[in-house]
Design a protein around this ligand. Structure first.
Ligand SMILES: Cc1cc2nc3c(=O)[nH]c(=O)nc-3n(C[C@H](O)[C@H](O)[C@H](O)COP(=O)(O)OP(=O)(O)OC[C@H]3O[C@@H](n4cnc5c(N)ncnc54)[C@H](O)[C@@H]3O)c2cc1C
Length: 399
């Protein structure tokens, strides 16, 4: 009889794990808290071994073809004048070759999972009991079911994580919040990622997409680290309060919030846990090792971790052996990838006009020709990256 896995979370790590488990003949169910797939968010990039994995799945060309068309990053002042430009081809450009809207990637991954994978929306896990030979699960509607393994892929603020590994001190709050949502495009918008630093402690972005809309992000410093459940109205209120008096396009963004339903808003925590599993349950993706968007590695790590975890489960009889191998092969890379650039995030935020000037002058210097020429001496496309992950080669039955 096929082995049964329950996965919590249908974003990147969940469907990716399901795809590879299904290739090994597992019977997989995914529960997602939202009533449908959450397709919001900005462009994310896929680097390192994650690129090899999407190639193995036959998805690389489709992902590449969905590039958002972003031309690069511009630091702008309150009048939208570009102070510093980092075009895609320049050093320091954050826009990369594989740059796809998070929602489009999630859609592609969910469609790549075979029909044998069952998705249950509007459902969460209320309780877990991990025994020697099975895990007994109670869902939020009171239904009970038994699985061979349970995998938590429900993100940075995973509610399943404490049920799996207990409540330890594994959250490192970075002192700031981020939000992502989609707003209408206007005639003056361009195809650059515009980055605005406000003297009120807010950083706001507007990024183009390939769907005729703009992807907004509002980021701010806060001593409050609690990701308690917020209704969409609560999120709108919090964001409007932060945008008030911030300058630039803040009034436009605040007004657009009234018509946005899917808002991602959360304090940013890095997740650093000594272990990612207990008994027959394990963590995967941001739930295990969230690096935060400041590293640009969240999606790449979720893809690689899901691949390793699912293939270890597919090639080991005992889940415990698979979880040990998953940690042994992947944890060091995931931990290295959580390294934040020096001073980040504090150095990026300003709470005075003077600091805004300092930040913008720094960006202008970094974008200048001499600095770019110097940086290129140390960069070469084919240079081996010491951080690269050595992708294990698994024997996987044909799709
Ligand atoms: C709506 C949204 C927008 C995002 N936008 C960006 C972005 O613009 N830039 C960026 O760098 N990162 C963004 N992220 C985070 C990014 O997707 C992850 O860092 C990365 O891709 C790793 O994915 P993950 O699957 O591990 O976790 P996540 O992408 O966080 O997905 C977790 C999933 O679990 C679901 N979930 C949460 N709690 C439960 C529960 N109790 N039971 C069942 N399901 C649950 C969530 O609804 C979500 O679908 C966004 C995440 C979301 C959910």
């Amino acid at each position: 009889m096929a082995k049964k896995a329950l996965i919590s979370g249908a974003s990147v790590a969940g469907p990716m794990t399901a795809y590879w488990l299904a290739r090994h003949g597992w019977d997989v169910t995914i529960v997602e808290r939202a009533d449908s797939l959450r397709l919001g968010g900005q462009a994310i990039d896929i680097t390192d071994a994650a690129r090899d994995i999407v190639r193995l799945m036959g998805l690389e060309e489709e992902i590449k073809s969905r590039h958002t068309g972003e031309k690069g990053l511009q630091f702008v002042d309150t009048d939208n004048v570009a102070i510093a430009k980092f075009p895609v081809e320049k050093k320091g450009a954050i826009t990369r070759e594989i740059e796809i809207l998070r929602g489009e990637l999630v859609d592609i991954l969910v469609k790549a999972t075979p029909e044998t994978v069952t998705y249950r929306y509007g459902t969460t896990i209320r309780g877990l009991e991990s025994l020697a030979d099975a895990v007994h699960v109670t869902f939020d509607d009171g239904m009970k079911e038994t699985f061979d393994v349970v995998l938590a892929a429900d993100g940075m603020n995973s509610a399943t994580r404490p049920m799996v590994i207990g409540k330890h001190d594994y959250e490192r709050y970075l002192g700031c919040w981020s939000s992502y949502f989609t707003i209408p495009r206007q005639a003056h918008d361009n195809d650059w990622w515009r980055w605005y630093t406000s003297p009120t402690g807010v950083i706001a972005f507007l990024r183009p997409d390939n769907q005729g809309t703009m992807r907004a992000s509002v980021n701010f410093l806060s001593a409050d680290s609690n990701p308690e459940h917020m209704s969409t109205n609560d999120k709108r209120k919090r964001l409007r309060a932060r945008l008030d008096g911030a300058g630039w396009e803040s009034d436009r963004i605040a007004e657009a919030l009234d018509r946005v339903d899917d808002i991602f808003l959360s304090p940013l925590h890095q997740i650093k846990s000594a272990t990612w599993w207990r008994g027959r349950c394990a963590l995967v993706g941001d739930a295990a090792h969230c690096p935060t968007p400041y590293t640009g590695m969240g999606t790449t790590l979720a893809i690689i971790g899901a691949y390793v975890l699912a293939n270890e489960l597919g090639t080991n009889d005992a889940p415990e052996e698979a979880f040990l191998a998953y940690e042994r092969k992947f944890k060091a890379f995931a931990t290295r990838s959580q390294k934040l650039p020096p001073g980040v995030p504090d150095v990026a935020y300003a709470q005075s006009r003077f600091k805004v000037k300092l930040i913008n002058s720094g960006a202008k210097f970094a974008a200048s020709s001499p600095v770019q020429a110097f940086a290129s001496l140390f960069d070469s496309a084919d240079k081996a990256d010491p951080n690269n992950f050595d992708l294990p080669d698994y024997k996987v039955p044909a799709a």
